[in-house]
Design a protein around this ligand. Structure first.
Ligand code: NAD
Ligand code: UDP
Length: 314
């Protein structure tokens, strides 16, 4: 039975990975300090014989008893409002946290998968973005704390691979959505769904002509697990190619919810990327992976969760 540690396992993506790996027969150790995650996300796993929770800040050293086969490093604030209000923690978990995770992986002779991000491409000048593109990041801009932390994390991961021979995987994850996103995390999808369901104006930033490509969480998790179990060391984009402007995304959510909401334009945040779409040729070639769930189907599934989350708030 593989023994697998997930940092950030109580977060949105991390908790879905805990579910998936427990279901696949792994013994899962979730390490989280609940900075942006929630106990609710893993409450259903707490009594499971193959699940353990360790409340710990991964920027500090950690000792784990027994062997480890895999480590997935997912701890990091991930939504723009989170990393803007937590700039130092974001830099620390990307830098010191990645160092601790790599050191533990080396000590246990395990294999590590780093949750990197499309944000390492910054405001891209190449479209779509393939893994050979080096990006266009403003290191001193507000978003730099996240982008540069992840770029450092990738560099550190490759150094451990080249210098220490550690088995490493780097997933460049693009925008992912689904159940367990925090309703107040400020990302487009939970914000738009909440606004649509309460018939408040939808807050579109800028002209809304900027684009994103949204993948459903089950597809992203499948891509990550395939990469983890592969022997691919180079970074691989994991995301949907189905690109949409933010204003059309808002309209899609209004239509899906049958909402009376109007669209209200607000200033575009600093360094907000204008376009984003992954080139997923490598993931297809090396992992035989591509998303299987359409945005429409994913939105319908997420809407069920969002309605429940809003009811629970009242
Ligand atoms: P999230 O905020 O829901 O989860 C992050 C988790 O990390 C939380 O549970 C938080 O409490 C934990 N954490 C933060 N700092 C920690 C620390 N120092 N020690 C221990 N735990 C800590 O975010 P998410 O959307 O699930 O993202 C998870 C990972 O995936 C992040 O690394 C993020 O950069 C990456 N990612 C996510 C997306 C996406 O669309 N959701 C896209 C690209 C990359
Ligand atoms: N966005 C928006 N209104 C909101 C929240 C986000 O128009 O209330 C825009 C945001 O400016 C960006 C896009 O939606 O252009 C996606 O934002 P999100 O925070 O979901 O992800 P990221 O910017 O990290 O891709």
């Amino acid at each position: 039975m593989p023994r697998t540690l997930i940092t950030g396992g109580a977060g949105f993506l991390g908790s879905h990975l805990c579910d998936r790996l427990v279901a696949d027969g792994h013994e899962v150790i979730c390490v989280d300090n609940f900075l942006t995650g929630s106990r609710n996300n893993i409450a259903h796993l707490l009594g499971h014989a193959r699940f353990t929770l360790i409340e710990h800040d991964i920027t500090r050293p950690i000792t784990i008893d027994g062997p480890l086969d895999y480590l997935l490093h997912f701890a990091s604030p991930a939504s723009p409002i989170d990393y803007l209000r937590l700039p130092i923690q974001t830099l620390k978990v990307g830098a010191l946290g990645t160092h601790v995770a790599l050191g533990l992986t080396k000590h246990k002779d395990a294999c590590i998968l780093l949750a990197s991000t499309s944000e390492i491409y910054g405001d891209p000048t190449q479209h779509p973005q393939n893994e050979r593109y080096w990006g266009n990041v403003n290191p001193v801009g507000l978003r730099g704390v996240y982008d540069e932390a992840k770029r450092f994390a990738e560099a550190m991961t490759m150094a451990y691979h080249r210098y220490h021979g550690v088995r490493t995987r780097i997933a460049r994850i693009f925008n992912t959505f689904g159940p367990r996103m925090r309703m107040e995390d400020g990302r487009a999808l939970p914000t738009f769904m909440r606004q649509a369901l309460t018939h408040e104006p939808i807050t579109v930033y800028g002209s809304g002509r900027q684009t994103r490509s949204f993948a459903y969480v089950d597809d992203t998790v499948e891509g990550i697990v395939r990469l983890l179990l592969s022997d691919v060391t180079q970074p691989v984009n994991i995301g949907s190619r189905d690109e949409i402007t933010i204003i059309d995304f808002a309209r899609e959510i209004i239509a899906l919810t049958g909402s009376a909401s109007t669209i209200e334009c607000h200033p575009l945040p600093e360094d907000d990327p204008k376009n984003r779409q992954p080139d997923t040729t490598l993931a297809k070639q090396l992992l035989d992976w591509e998303p299987a769930i359409s945005r429409r189907e994913g939105l319908k599934r997420t809407l069920v969760y969002v309605k429940q989350a809003l009811c629970a708030e009242r």
